[in-house]
Ligand binder design. Sequence first.
Ligand code: KE4
Length: 427
Amino acid sequence: MSKTRSNYFPQACKVIPGGVNSPVRAWKSVGGRPVFVSHAKGSKIFDVSGKEYIDYVLSWGPLILGHAHSKVTADVCNKAKKGTSFGAPTPAETQMAKLISEAIPSMELIRMTSSGTEATMTAIRLARGFTGRDMIAKFDGCYHGHSDSLLIKAGSGVATFGIPGSPGIPADLARLTLSLPYNDIDTLQKAIETYGSRLAAIIVEPVAGNMGVVPPRNGFLDKLRKLTAQYSIVLIFDEVITGFRFTFGGYQNLTEVKPDLTCLGKIIGGGLPVGAIGGRKEIMEKLAPTGDIYQAGTLSGNPLAMSAGLTTLNILKTKKNSFLKLDEKTNRLCKEMQDLFSAKGIAVCINCVYSMFTIFFQTGPVYDLDTAQKSDTMMFARFFHGMLKNGIWLAPSQFEAGFLSFAHTQKDIDKTIDSCSKTLRNL
Ligand code: KE4
């Protein structure tokens, strides 16, 4: 067994639950001992034994410029020399809010947090406080972080009152969350006709990334917007993944659908801890200290995350016309892998949306959680380990997204295709 896996994981397990600080990193769904990382640069990540991989996880999305971008790193280092956190307002926070609001006009006021979970948790509290209603709705397969009201799984049946997605969540609280099938307009319509006047908010990933990548069906988001407006339900777009991933703005910039509140994270922090919630002024003003809906955070808007985020976003701003190239690289990767699988007679359904993708091990189509869960997760696990052996770092779960960065080259794509071909020989 190589040094990488011989002692780092057992050592970690002695002092950290499961040896990791976030469960998906433990590789439970693909088996084997997680590889420990030493460093990363551009599209490459290196494990502690020095082995190099082409990285398609990119820390679950944030590193759209690639790892350790020289300007991002330099700016963060210089900022750190001036102090790392003050617990007082700084001009950088105003610059960040202004930049995001200009890029995503529906976000009229913005509050920074230190994670996506805090952003979505705040959005729910804000919607409940603003409407005076207690019920909310989410979609099966969408993940919005681990706050109690959102860590909910569907009960049996189609539109169901949620049941706790984890022990420790009171059933009484879970019951206030309605769980609906993604992309199912009829069920959505019926649920809102039944519960609409009691719903404070409906939260959705406009392009789902947490059941694997699943795009919205034509008309799904439009219908959602129409119905929520009709019943004065706060529509929340969780753009923690999609924010600044597809364009210099949110997925909402590419559609005519404007939510009431938007949650961001990942890319806007350039790889440092971050989250943000923003939206209609009349709702956002309800947040303390202007309003009485409480929310706070010691490190919210801290100087280092603002530095990494602002530098990242300002570089992305200069690449407004290059997002298409990123999408084309992703399309080529997915198309050529599809061809290799077809030639081998292995059924896969690859959902590819701009610069994110998932290879579902099934014939497809995959358009919601039920169809996603038809995938052969054992085959996925074998593919994952084969690709890892051949120098390609994929997300260690069938139900996650793969990402490309502006640092991924055509050569990286060629190498990945070649590794895929080698992997399929032994699948
Ligand atoms: P964080 O609290 O992890 O910053 O953000 C939660 C969150 C909210 N909304 C969406 C759409 C998200 O995808 C996430 C977090 N994404 C997962 C990966 N699918 C983070 C990886 C992890 O949990 O370790």
